[in-house]
Design a protein around this ligand. Structure first.
Ligand code: DHB
Length: 453
């Protein structure tokens, strides 16, 4: 703590100019290989620090990095709680990024449990503001630090996935400016190049409605659930999303088919990679022979070999499939998010630490405003925000922490705005993040090589 305090008083005197002394470190990867890097730690990213434990960032520069290297900005926010600036890990995207030559920034940020002298200082949107301030710090110091602030790639899981989505969707928007100014954030832009969002728990003000719309068949009768289902239908109709392939308007009438198309894609991919899906999950398949145009397969053995590679999911009985999902992990109760024990009510609570409801007619203007600032869906088509050009969004096909329409709508809205979006509901994945890093880093390298910065 003393070390923290010394650094912080330093920050007041010097402002936000990067002049950290680095320390040489080595990270041993899971395959035994070693990655050498320099660690710059405990760097305050605002001048009006309210919480010295969380309002700092760590920055890591691998051997061989240049001014042009990309920067992976990984947040460890979970449950909308505070997260500390950490060290890179060989088991997630931070270690992999260093091994692949990217710089890594791990900022701390306040959250729903941050307390200073009995006052809660991290209620929404404070955690997001902290992360934005960290991005501004990187841009303000771009020339003084390795890596390029024009190539920041944010990454987070769950509530952290929501933070990553918010960083990508709300950048430079004037709504956040007065708060950032008051915090003493660096005067710099906070837009990012790309956002990686694993199972983002986002669009919180519509998450209850989406949850009941998807799962009401498994709930039994209930007035609250029924009303939420109707709200979701209305929401879909007002969102005015378009089908990314056909450009058809998505409405409450065709939305379920659209959602199913993402699950079918997930199942198809899984079986095409050699997986087997039990009939009890409700999927039907047909055989397609995409690689043998005009060719009738000869014998049974040939058919079998081709068929395994080209099975395509054609339909899914949602009652069966959702029963499978919920059999793996019980549903949240109703309402799933706006109940006073949830991390969400907690993050919209007040400085005394009391949770607050955040949906419905009785919500105060003040809370309503904060809810708006925490929803990326409000900013994706707003010309005053600088939306990231590239998005990698994953939500496990077995993840019931929020309902599938939440990530589907986020991805669809971004696609409708012409963004480059790699979206999937990976088969059998639950509520988890930083998986299939081979695929993630293939994507990262592809977006980096397609840009000319
Ligand atoms: C997280 C999970 C939840 O189910 C939720 O409602 C909010 C956050 C999380 O893992 O971060």
């Amino acid at each position: 703590m003393n070390c923290h305090l010394a650094l912080l008083s330093c920050a007041k005197e010097k402002g936000l100019t990067f002049d950290s002394q680095g320390e040489q470190k080595t990270l041993t990867m899971l395959d035994g290989s070693e990655v050498r890097y320099i660690a710059y730690t405990d760097i305050p990213y605002v001048t009006n620090i309210e919480d010295e434990q969380y309002q700092t960032l760590n920055f890591f520069v691998p051997e061989g990095a240049t001014q042009k290297s990309a920067i992976l900005l990984r947040t460890y926010v979970g449950g909308y709680m505070a997260a500390s600036a950490r060290n890179p890990s060989a088991t997630d995207a931070t270690g992999r990024a260093l091994a692949e030559g990217l710089c890594v920034c791990i900022p701390g940020s306040r959250g729903n449990n941050s307390v200073q002298d009995g006052v809660y200082t991290g209620k929404a949107p404070r955690g997001l503001l902290d992360l934005k301030a960290a991005v501004r710090y990187l841009r303000f110091n771009d020339k003084r630090m390795a890596g390029s602030a024009d190539r920041i790639i944010t990454d987070g899981t769950s509530a952290g996935g929501a933070m990553s989505a918010l960083l990508g969707a709300t950048a430079n928007h004037p709504d956040y400016e007065p708060y950032l100014k008051a915090m003493g954030a660096a005067q710099a832009r906070d837009d990012v190049f790309a956002s990686v969002c694993y199972c983002p728990i986002t669009d919180l003000d519509h998450a209850d409605a989406a949850y009941e719309w998807l799962y009401h068949g498994l709930r039994g009768d209930g007035e609250v659930s029924d009303a939420l289902v109707r709200q979701f239908d209305q929401y879909i109709n007002t969102l005015a999303l378009r089908h990314p392939k056909t450009d058809e308007r998505l409405t409450s009438d065709n939305y379920m088919e659209y959602l199913k198309s993402w699950l079918l894609a997930s199942a198809s991919r899984f079986v095409q990679e050699g997986g087997a899906i039990d009939d009890s999950l409700g999927f039907s398949f047909y055989m397609s022979f995409p690689h043998t145009p005009g060719h009738r397969p000869g014998g049974p053995r040939f058919i079998r070999a081709k068929a395994i590679k080209s099975e395509v999911a054609s339909d899914v009985d949602m009652d069966c499939y959702l029963a499978y999902v919920v059999g793996r992990q019980a549903l949240k109760s109703c309402p799933a998010f706006d109940n006073l024990d949830s991390p969400e009510c907690n993050v919209f609570g007040n400085a005394e630490g009391n949770p607050a409801h955040f949906t419905g007619k009785d919500v105060s203007e003040e809370v309503r405003r904060r809810v708006q600032l925490m929803n990326p869906m409000n900013y994706i088509s707003d010309p005053k925000s600088t939306v990231a050009a590239h998005w990698y969004i994953r939500h496990g096909a077995s993840d019931r922490d929020t309902a599938f329409p939440i990530p589907v709508n986020l991805a669809t809205k971004l696609m409708n705005e012409g963004k480059d979006v790699d979206f999937a509901l990976p088969w059998n994945r639950r509520h988890e993040g930083d998986y299939n890093l081979d695929n993630l880093f293939r994507w990262i390298h592809s977006i980096l090589s397609s840009s000319h910065k």
